[in-house]
Design a protein around this ligand. Structure first.
Ligand code: NAD
Length: 365
């Protein structure tokens, strides 16, 4: 029997208490203490979990308790400093998405984690969802043919963030899923958007990621929509998938539809697109709370010393795309290109690290 991993959780706002619940339920793990600047939020967690220690001061959290690991669920602008202090104190560290506010910050955290031999994991929650894993399986099996494009919409009214725009808040989910499914890093990013309520904080954005072989993905993110929408369409040359994360049971639907051009024709009158309408079907997806798997994975990686599926490297990849999106917003939607888009391992080899090779920075255009 291994000694349980002793965990401290920083940030008890909206997401923190969900992490407390899931880490409490994880095996080989014990939530020792939580930390928040707000007494109200600490009192909330204490009401739910009276046995957990609660402190205001982060340094006290690091020093007072004999913790093995720190979990950080604060606003993004604090991720870097809190994670750096945690790693330097010799604690395994878990960061909420997006990993940090810049790629430089991510790179430094990765270096410190490596030099200290600490596990560094980023919560890209959707990569632990059974629905997303099922989609990757279907794509990898070749069932839908060649992917032509992916379109993703993540829209609702609020919750407005003050320190990051809607792309940094919502698009990390879509980007992580798209990179996972395509198994590839984009060659360019374009992003347009508008800040209607808070100056310089875009509340609606349209991002597009261009990949090799003319494949692309579009991501629409908004805090200004009347209805909550969490929908992704994956258009393949043979079939198409619609993934609606708001459905309780039937999250994935596969449509056996396609359009083909006639191979040859002599006159314009003979030219007819051929539309194929087949069955649609709903594959079985075993339901399990993704965050439960995320938390257990972190604990297991600490015990085994294995690299997490969503390590600092995947966190950095995602932040590089968000940075490119911000640069494109400033350039009125102009493309921001990466040095060399590199193929990653195919989705079937996940959950292993997806092996994006670093490209050589971004350039505006
Ligand atoms: N993985 C997901 O699906 C998911 C969903 C929601 C939020 N998140 C992420 O979780 C993080 C937190 O988001 P949220 O919506 O819970 O934010 P929030 O504003 O509701 O809560 C943040 C909490 O952190 C506390 N805090 C801030 N600075 C602190 C410090 N230095 N020390 C201690 N406490 C501090 C605040 O008092 C607040 O209670 C963000 O990175 C966000 O992107 C992830």
């Amino acid at each position: 029997m291994k000694k349980p991993v002793s965990i401290g959780i920083v940030g008890c706002g909206y997401w923190g208490p969900l992490l407390v619940r899931n880490f409490r339920n994880a095996s080989n793990c014990q939530v020792q203490a939580v930390c928040d600047l707000s007494d109200t939020r600490l009192a909330h967690v204490k009401r739910l979990y009276p046995e957990v220690n609660a402190v205001n001061d982060y340094n006290a959290l690091l020093k007072q308790f004999d913790l093995d690991a720190i979990v950080i669920a604060t606003p993004v602008k604090y991720h870097y400093s809190l994670a750096k202090a945690s790693l330097l104190a010799g604690k395994h560290t878990f960061l909420e998405k997006p990993m940090a506010a810049s790629s430089e910050e991510c790179e430094e955290l990765i270096e410190i984690a490596q030099s200290k031999g600490m596990t560094l994991m980023v919560d890209h929650t959707f990569l632990y969802s059974s629905a997303v894993r099922k989609i990757a399986e279907i794509v990898e099996a070749g069932d839908i043919g060649e992917i032509r494009y992916i379109n993703s919409r993540r829209l609702n009214l609020g919750l407005f963030q003050k320190d990051i725009n809607v792309a940094w808040d919502l698009a990390p989910h879509d980007i992580s899923i798209i990179l996972y499914i395509l198994g590839e890093f984009p060659v360019a990013v374009n992003c347009q958007g508008n800040a209607h309520l808070t100056p310089d904080v875009e509340d609606v954005t349209n991002m597009s990621l261009s990949f090799r072989h003319k494949r692309f993905a579009t991501i629409q993110s908004s805090w200004l929509e009347p209805r909550k929408i969490r929908e992704m369409t994956i258009v393949g040359s043979r079939r198409m998938i619609v993934y609606d994360d708001l459905q309780t049971h039937e999250k994935i639907k596969i449509y056996d539809v396609r359009v083909e051009r006639p191979p040859h024709y002599d006159t314009f009158a003979e030219f007819q697109y051929s539309y194929h309408y087949g069955d649609s079907y709903i594959p079985y997806v075993h339901q399990e709370e993704p965050l439960k798997l995320v938390c257990q994975h972190f604990v297991d990686c600490i015990h085994s010393g294995a690299q997490p599926d969503t390590s600092g490297q995947e966190g950095l990849d995602l932040v590089r795309i968000l940075e490119a999106a911000s640069a494109s917003l400033k350039a009125n939607g102009g493309p921001i290109t990466f040095g060399h888009g590199q193929s990653r391992m195919k989705a079937s080899t996940m959950p292993a690290n997806w092996g994006v090779q670093r490209s050589v920075g971004i350039s505006g255009g």
